[in-house]
Design a protein around this ligand. Structure first.
Ligand SMILES: [Zn+2]
Ligand SMILES: [Zn+2]
Length: 118
């Protein structure tokens, strides 16, 4: 069994997934995400459910679908598969650092579309 690296102090979720993903294949599940949650944000119990709603069914999809790089530095790093230095996040938080933005626009719960034609 492959051991995933642990998140370092104040490393945010997408930076961690990016770092893991550049050194490991995707295993088709959320093991890196779960590893991060267990070690850095154990209270974020709804994380997997939320992430799946954003299209993150495995670790690489989380990075592809749930987060978007917003700094030039981050976009370049992702494009060129270079190393990215995390700007740091609050411990226990699943918020990304300033290099990324979490995708929004998902309605939690409900799931009912109402027509609002003019
Ligand atoms: Zn994947
Ligand atoms: Zn970061």
């Amino acid at each position: 069994m492959v051991e995933l690296p642990d998140p370092v102090d104040h490393e945010c979720l997408p930076c961690y997934l990016y770092r893991v993903g550049s050194n490991n294949p995707c295993y088709g599940d959320l093991r890196a995400l779960k590893n991060y949650r267990d070690l850095s944000a154990p209270r974020a119990t709804a994380l997997e459910k939320k992430i799946m709603l954003l299209g993150g069914w495995c670790d690489c999809e989380v990075l592809a679908n749930a987060f978007r790089p917003i700094t030039r530095e981050a976009a370049f790093a992702v494009d060129l598969e270079k190393e990215l230095v995390c700007k740091g996040t609050r411990r226990g938080s699943i918020q990304p650092c300033e290099q990324w933005v979490m995708r929004r626009g998902v309605q939690w719960g409900g799931g009912r579309f109402s027509s609002r034609s003019a």
